[in-house]
Design a protein around this ligand. Structure first.
Ligand code: SF4
Length: 367
């Protein structure tokens, strides 16, 4: 997949842009002033694979907690700051690796002050536009019309306004020779978000951080995030991403990787192929799949495992996978690297499949 060209930006030890691997970010949901709880959650997020972690920093006390949090974790930290540029300055002084500011609630003079301090500290800024806090001047008399995002012309108005809001700040920073920039344009409406990123993608050379905001709980939130980010990633747009769900933040990180894996933008861990079953299926495929998945989901090797319900599509999918089983009445047939290995009885299928996966992956599996 040809990716959009973007400038290389460093967030602590992590590189984004310039064809670097797309980075999955996490965000804590703890009170950042509660250092112990925040560190614990950051550890969970990094264990799940988050390469960068953002924290809300709404107060000076939260900003002052950053150096202590940073000393206890090993992942670049981003401070999410709104309204008060002094908090952003404090975050930088505390050693944060990137600051996200929102041009919808911070004035130009204040943003420039933050940029000056960021430049001295050698850290990037993310201009994070959000449709929920877009400056009113960008929508003006359209504000009442566009509510609900139902009409295409209304989505266009908001998308253009979001892109314009970010562009103005980008130009402002460039005039001050500040180029350490990341941009995000998040809306809770999928099509509006996609359009806004499409509008800005070829106007600026900076990395784009993707997200659909306020998507709700899974599965709605997961579907919205997958469609929105999927549409952009498939066009080569996007250097980092965060899935936002009304759910455990670890789930957000997992979903981020699922989205990347689906588009072959990240190859690690198992990919499971299993059929929906139908009247031809003579085994309890759902329970077989659940048992296997629970044992392999934390594996690191990029292995495709097929578990199929019958001989219609079963042998084909199992042959195309690294390893697979095509079930039939009373058992199934094991395939490995495209070759039919042997027939298995129903009772031994899960055990044998797991043993073979372990051998193939060369790593131990859960349990
Ligand atoms: S593989 Fe067989 S059991 Fe599964 S959906 Fe297709 S026909 Fe049905």
């Amino acid at each position: 997949m040809k990716r959009r060209k973007s400038r290389l930006i460093k967030i602590g030890k992590v590189k984004i842009g310039d064809n670097s691997p797309i980075v999955v970010q996490g965000m804590t949901k703890t009170d950042t002033e509660d250092i112990t709880a925040t560190v614990k959650q950051i550890e969970k997020l990094t264990k799940a694979g988050a390469k960068i972690v953002r924290m809300a920093v709404p107060t000076r006390r939260a900003a002052k907690a950053i150096s202590q949090i940073k000393a206890r974790v090993d992942v670049p930290l981003v401070a999410d700051v709104h309204f008060n540029h002094r908090i952003a300055l404090e975050c930088i002084d505390q050693g944060v690796d990137k600051v996200r500011i929102n041009p919808g609630n911070m004035g130009k003079e204040e943003i420039l002050r933050v940029a000056k301090r960021a430049k001295e500290a050698g850290i990037p800024l993310r201009i994070g536009v959000n449709s929920g806090s877009l400056e009113e001047k960008f929508l003006g008399e359209n504000l009442d019309k566009v509510r609900g995002y139902r009409e295409e012309k209304h989505r266009e108005i908001i998308a253009k306004a979001m892109a314009e809001s970010a562009l103005q700040v980008v130009r402002l920073l460039e005039e001050e020779n500040f180029f350490d920039i990341v941009v995000s344009l998040k809306s809770s409406d999928v099509l509006t978000t996609v359009l806004s990123y499409e509008l800005i993608a070829d106007k600026i050379p900076y990395p784009l951080h993707l997200g659909i905001t306020a998507t709700g709980p899974p599965p709605q939130g997961t579907i919205k995030s997958s469609i929105g980010m999927g549409m952009l990633l498939a066009q080569g747009i996007g250097d980092t991403l965060r899935v936002s769900l009304t759910a455990d933040p670890v789930e957000e990180v997992r979903m981020g990787y699922q989205i990347l894996k689906t588009l072959h933008l990240y190859e690690a861990g198992p990919t499971l192929i299993s059929c929906p079953t139908c009247g031809r299926c003579k085994v309890d495929l759902k329970s077989i799949v659940e048992k296997v998945l629970s044992k392999i989901e934390e594996m690191k090797s990029p292995l495709t495992v097929a578990i199929m319900g019958c001989e219609v599509n079963g042998p084909g999918e199992a042959k195309e996978a690294d390893i697979g089983i095509a079930c039939m009445r009373g058992g199934g047939v094991l395939f490995k690297k495209g070759k039919r290995i042997k027939k298995l009885k129903k009772e031994e299928m899960v055990k044998v499949l797991l043993r073979e996966i372990k051998l193939l992956a060369g790593e131990s599996i859960n349990g």
